[in-house]
Every structure is written in C-alpha cells, then in structure tokens.
Ligand binder design. Structure first.
Ligand code: 13P
Length: 295
C-alpha cells in the first residue's frame, strides 16, 4: 500500500527503527526491493534520481513505481531524491511521486530556505489544482561530498570523496531552518558521503545528537553505502528514521550481471535467467538493509 513518507518514517521511529530508501533506476530493482519489503514485513522507500525524473521514460518509470507501491503488501513511499529544479519536481509529482527531497544544500543558507519555500508553494498550488494530497517535503541542511549517481565523482584522480568536505550540518541553524522551510524530514551531513568512502567512515554522532535534540522532525541519513551495520543500527536512537542506499545496491547488481551474463548467453541468450539473478542480488541487499534497520 502506498503510504505517505512522513507517516511511514514516524511509525518506524516510534518502534525504535528506521526505514531504508533505495534508489531505483529501473523496474527490476524496484520489484526486488518491494519483494524484500514484503518478505521481511517492513515498509520501504523507492527513490528516484532527478537525472531519471528529467527524462520522459523516467516519468513513466515513476508512474510504474507508484502502481507498484499501490499494490504492495507493506507500506511503500515513492520519493524524488535530491531535486533542485522546480520543473523536474512538478513533473515528477504529476507522474506520481508523493514526496520530494528539495535539495538546496549547495546554495547558501537563505537561498536553500528560499528554494524549499518556493517548492512548497508550487506543490501546494499543484495539489489544489488537481485535488491531490499534500506532497511531503524533505530538505537538506549541510552538504554531502560525492555524486548521487556515480560511486566516484569528486576528483580527477578517481579518488573517493572524503567525508565532510562539503560541510557538516550546523546544528545551531536547525530550528530556524525547519521552522522557515516547513520541512517534514531533514537530511543531515554528519560525515556521510555519497558513493564510496575513502577509508573507514567516521560519522559524527556528537553532531547528530546535537541536531536530534533541536528538532522533532525525523532526520535522514544519506550515503549509507559503506557504513557498517553496527553503526547504522544506532541511527534510530538519534531520530534518524530514513536511511538512503544507492551505491552498494548498484555494486551488487553490477557484480552479479558481470558474473552471470556469459552463462546466460550460453544458455540460449536467457534474458529471463539474467533478470532473475538481478532480482536476487537486489532483493538480498534490500532484505539485509531492511532487517538491519529494524533492529
Ligand atoms: P550512497 O550511494 O552512498 O548509498 O547514497 C545514497 C543516497 O544517499 C541517495 O540519496
């Protein structure tokens, strides 16, 4: 059943757990994530990259993900991730996402607030025009190093992004930011990065704790790939109700496709067999994350 993002996340936090969110560039991965959610009896979030949502086929994928969420046996939300273009946001909402990360984290503080407020205004108009329901907004304070769609992005030598290079969340700004943006979830930068970590990730639990005492809105941890499970299980205790995964999911799928393609070619160009392996890789990863965050 499709469920509002804030409802899904708050319900998990009340039980002391968090909800994993998985970037889905394709329907095969999304089917595997929802199957894992149903098998584990946990809710899940399907994330759509803005680079996907900016294309006509991406908007069709969103419509398909919405249908998948509607028919799921557990709560599933469909969210547009990291969007800063109001046109892409409006198109993605019209296509079927019911929540958006309005990402002004690369802007200065006031411009970040202005972007989130502008998105709220245009989404409220859209909802009134179409008699639709309110779109849930996540906003981001502090910036994450790395690229959302590529594991290595930040330097020409191909080195992984270093944690914290784009700036930790300033906890002193949290109350004002949440009040003025009306954000229903808050993404934070506490040493997390998109893509692969250089060395061992060192999350700043002290900063997270300081943020958590300043707001009641659920917090979101991006860049969860590479963070050990033992660290992730601590998140919910600090009001982190949503944890985003992308790179590790891609890694698992790509490794499987590399390993299995030749055998399926030999087996009569067996694309169904390859898709079944893809499903198994994504399903196993999603189930592990679902169970880890449920602890
Ligand atoms: P990773 O690619 O590091 O898992 O980050 C995913 C993410 O935060 C998506 O918003």
């Amino acid at each position: 059943m499709r469920t509002r993002l804030d409802t899904l996340v708050s319900a998990a936090l009340q039980q002391g757990s968090a909800v994993p969110a998985f970037t889905c560039y394709d329907f095969t991965t999304a089917l595997a994530v929802v199957a894992a959610a149903e098998e584990t009896g946990r809710g899940a979030i399907l994330l759509v990259s803005p680079s996907t949502a900016a294309t006509p086929n991406g908007l069709r994928l969103i419509a398909a993900l919405r249908g998948l969420a509607d028919g799921a046996g557990v709560p599933v939300a469909v969210q547009l991730d990291h969007a800063s273009d109001l046109r892409v946001i409006a198109d993605a909402v019209a296509a079927g996402v019911d929540s958006v990360l309005v990402d002004g984290s690369s802007l200065d503080y006031e411009d970040n607030i202005a972007l989130v407020r502008a998105a709220r205004g245009s989404l409220d108009v859209l909802a009134a025009d179409c008699a639709g329901t309110e779109v849930v907004i996540e906003a981001e304070l502090g910036g994450l190093a790395g690229n959302e769609d590529r594991a290595f992005g930040s330097d020409a030598a191909g080195n992984a992004p270093a944690a914290g290079t784009a700036g930790l969340t300033d906890s002193a700004q949290v109350e004002d930011f949440v009040a003025r943006t009306g954000a229903q979830l808050l993404a934070v930068a506490v040493g997390n990065v998109h893509g692969k970590y250089k060395g061992v990730p060192e999350l700043r639990w002290d900063v997270l704790q300081d943020i958590a005492v300043r707001t009641r809105v659920p917090l979101v941890l991006h860049g969860a790939s590479g963070i050990p499970a033992a660290e992730l299980v601590k998140a919910a205790a600090m009001n982190v109700g949503k944890v985003n995964f992308n790179t590790e999911l891609r890694t698992g799928v790509l490794e499987t496709l590399e390993a299995r393609t030749a055998a399926h070619r030999t087996d009569g160009e067996n694309l169904q067999g390859l898709l079944a392996d893809w499903d198994a890789a994504a399903r196993t990863f999603a189930a592990t994350a679902l169970v880890t965050l449920a602890r």
